[in-house]
Design a protein around this ligand. Structure first.
Ligand code: AOF
Ligand code: ZN
Length: 366
């Protein structure tokens, strides 16, 4: 049985925040529960960038019952005037809330502690840190983007037990089972961009949309294609979702114009033979892309890892082995000489999907 205490209400707020995961763009997901004399009087979540913050939605529901109430918020109430709403802490003060329980402080440099300080100044009791790590984990993408201005990158790959992403002939459908593939489409919904290399476009001609048993949101499709070698009838150019092509300055201007006429956006990143991935991340960040699911082949995975641009890895292993000298591996990069220099994942966890296992971890140093 769940005991009735502060944690009960904060969990409810966290559940509401989690339900909005993937739909707030570069904004965090936030939940708020307002409780007065043993009764929940207001519930709210931040649902879309530019629309009401969680506290405002919950306080609107609570109405006059907010006076003397306790508000449970998963993220420190904001102290700045944002896109649409005046600061949430001023609203909490104006409604006469007497206690605010906060899970995590807001890493946004425009807030970071000022919201809590302002509430205390107004005589409100503020308790912080309840279920903080849960809230921080929910907003790992936002937490990076708001501080560094570059997208949070989740590398996802589906591979055989021997680390191959195709057989020696290049055949790759399917490696993992249906449940894993559903999880991947859910991951697409939760990221603003999905990134692959031109090799994957040429080999598989994927659509790169979100397909689930219920409608999901489509991330922008990002293709690393230095020379703009993409076939003009590739499925990613079908207009079902935004498409961004990362190209070198050297790529043909005429082809770029034709691709842009089809609705794609060409971003020039670097003037060499290859796309400057670090520059690409900065440009994508400026465009308001705060999270990317990297579904690259081995070469792009290797290049992104080498450039230190991967924040999180989700490795789906299917219980199959294909061997085959030359069968493409999930990570094609030179690699270290010694085992002790191997790239290590931290904070590792495992989840089972049918007969597949997904190992999630965070590359050391990131
Ligand atoms: C809160 N409650 O529900 C959210 C907060 O563009 P705006 O106006 O939506 O402001 C976005 C910033 O506000 C965002 O970067 C983060 O610091 C904070 N988000 N704060 O008190 C909320 N979504
Ligand atoms: Zn706010």
């Amino acid at each position: 049985m769940d005991l009735l205490n502060d944690e009960t209400y904060m969990r409810l707020a966290l559940n509401m925040a989690g339900g909005a995961s993937g739909q707030t763009g570069v904004n965090p997901v936030v939940g708020c529960v307002v409780v007065n004399e043993g009764r929940v009087v207001g519930l709210g979540a931040h649902l879309r960038r530019g629309e009401g913050h969680a506290e405002v939605n919950a306080l609107n529901m609570a109405g006059a019952h907010a006076k003397g109430a306790t508000a449970y918020v998963t993220l420190e109430p904001c102290s700045h005037t944002g896109k649409l709403t005046p600061p949430c802490c001023e609203r909490l003060i104006a409604e006469g809330v007497s206690r605010v329980v906060v899970a995590a402080t807001d890493p946004n440099p425009r807030v970071s502690g000022r919201g809590i300080e302002r509430l205390r100044q107004a005589g409100i009791q503020v308790d912080t840190g309840l279920l903080e790590s849960e809230s921080t984990a929910l907003n790992e993408k936002f937490n990076k983007y708001i501080v560094h201005g570059v997208p949070f990158v989740t590398l996802k790959t589906a591979m055989t037990m021997d680390g191959r992403i195709a057989t020696r002939t290049g055949h790759s459908r399917w490696i993992t089972g249906e449940q894993s593939r559903e999880a991947v489409h859910t991951l697409r919904h939760k990221h603003q961009g999905i990134m692959v290399g031109i090799g994957t476009i040429k080999a598989d001609d994927p659509e790169l949309t979100t397909r689930l048993s219920v409608p999901g949101l489509h991330p922008a499709r990002i293709v690393v294609d230095a020379k703009l070698a993409i076939p003009e009838d590739a499925r990613v150019l079908n207009g079902e979702a935004d498409t961004i092509l990362l190209a070198s300055e050297r790529a043909d201007a005429g082809k770029a114009d034709r691709l842009e006429a089809k609705g794609a956006k060409v971003l020039r990143c670097g003037d060499g033979d290859r796309v400057d991935l670090t520059k690409a991340m900065a440009l994508l960040g400026e465009m308001g892309i705060g999270s990317i699911l990297l579904e690259g082949g081995g070469v792009l995975n290797g290049a992104m890892l080498k450039a230190g641009l991967v924040d999180k890895m989700m490795l789906f292993y299917a219980p199959i082995i294909v061997g085959g000298e030359g069968a493409p591996s999930a990570f094609a990069f030179e690699g270290p000489e010694k085992m002790s220099e191997a790239l290590r994942l931290n904070r590792v966890s495992m989840e089972r999907f049918g007969d597949d296992w997904c190992m999630t971890g965070y590359p050391e140093g990131n």
